[in-house]
Design a protein around this ligand. Structure first.
Ligand code: SAM
Ligand code: SF4
Ligand code: SF4
Length: 332
């Protein structure tokens, strides 16, 4: 199955909830995601059976990696049941992206259910900086405990994602790199992206990946390493003293749409062919109809075959003003 730019579908990102217990200012700013904000009702969310059915159809079409995300995926009750169902679909790399707040409690049960690995988001090790960024006063130590619990449960190497925002956490990058150097966990710095419409993104707030690498290199000499596989999103660097590696994800300054093989399924059952898509393709209606797997498969084929997305490559002031969906809804 190829899209109009000859890209196959390989990765499926499934958002299991649009809710979160954090209010990271770059993702779910408090001014918008407050008491009045209407999150999806229970009946609108895909059930685990519906999610597994879509995933199975996509695995038949070439999907090799499935990532559970959100919102905060660990807020979805009994997520381990979904993990178990997805793990039974075959030989897939099954991962989760989480803010880590509930990981200490959940790591073992997720590993037992068949999860392959976890990615934990942690933007700074400076407690004051981190508490301000998550905007719910959540301490660094509890996320670090979650990372260790995941590694102990066999869900490592843990990838640790840090979004870098100028003037907010860019003075704490070297401290982070030092902490994770030699730990066996892999730190990745992410350029702040213009996803959604609520975070007030400005290009001036982006710290380009090249600048991030320069900053790290000045303190901890490093050199580029070849990608693990073609189309790997993070650019890898290794410390010259042999103490491990880190990565940078340069979605803004060095876009990688040409090798983008990702399809997203929102919590309420819409397929999105790009993180910056303005609209999705409703599959829930089909799932709740008499349609059989062949009909649903044909729908999925149509969505992917018609895919033209390359937003990050054509990003401009014009595209920036389009009504994009929120990251917390579509899943990061
Ligand atoms: N709540 C989970 C978490 O934070 O890991 C999963 C969902 S979150 C939307 C997925 C990832 O997207 C996180 O690593 C987060 O830091 C990243 N993210 C959110 N908004 C972003 C933005 N504007 N630019 C870059 N990354 C962003
Ligand atoms: Fe929640 Fe993750 Fe968004 Fe932060 S980045 S508000 S933890 S969904
Ligand atoms: Fe893929 Fe869209 Fe991101 Fe380009 S902008 S890499 S097409 S998700």
């Amino acid at each position: 199955m190829l899209d109009t730019l000859k890209r196959p579908v390989r990765d499926l990102r499934i958002s299991v909830t649009d809710r979160c217990n954090f209010r990271c200012s770059y993702c779910m700013p408090k001014e918008i995601f407050n008491r009045e904000y209407e999150f999806l009702g229970r009946d609108l969310l895909l059930t685990f059976e519906e999610i597994s059915r879509v995933a199975g159809i996509l695995v038949e079409r070439g999907v090799e990696k499935i990532r559970l995300t959100g919102g905060e995926p660990l807020l979805r009750v009994e997520l381990e049941k979904l993990v178990e169902m997805l793990a039974s679909l075959g030989d897939i790399d099954l991962t989760i992206t989480t803010n880590g707040s509930l990981l200490e409690r959940k790591a073992e049960v997720l590993a037992a259910a068949g999860l392959s690995r976890v990615t934990v988001s942690l933007d700074s090790l400076d407690d004051a900086v981190f508490r301000a960024m998550n905007d719910v006063d959540f301490p660094v130590t509890r996320v670090l405990d979650g990372i260790e619990a995941a590694a102990a449960a066999g869900l490592g190497p843990v990838k640790v994602n840090a979004v870098v925002k100028r003037g907010v956490n860019d003075h704490t990058l070297v401290e982070m790199a030092r902490h994770f150097q030699g730990s066996g966990h892999i730190l990745r710095f992410i350029e702040y992206m213009d996803v959604g419409a609520t975070n007030g993104w400005r290009l001036d707030d982006v710290v380009p990946a090249a600048e991030i690498v320069q900053t790290i290199n000045a303190a901890l000499p490093c050199e580029p390493v070849k990608a693990n596989y073609p189309g790997e999103v993070a650019r890898r660097y290794r410390y010259v003293d042999g103490s491990g590696e880190f990565g940078v994800i340069a979605s803004v300054t060095q876009p990688f749409c040409g090798s983008c093989t990702r399809l997203r399924l929102s919590a309420e059952g819409s397929l999105y062919t790009c993180l910056f898509a303005t609209e999705g393709h409703d599959i829930r209606q089909l799932l709740r109809s008499e349609a059989d797997d062949i009909a649903i498969g044909e729908f999925v084929d149509g969505v992917w075959n018609g895919r033209t997305d390359r937003y990050s490559e054509i990003r401009s002031s014009e595209t920036r003003d389009l009504p994009k969906v929120e990251m917390s809804y579509i899943g990061g």
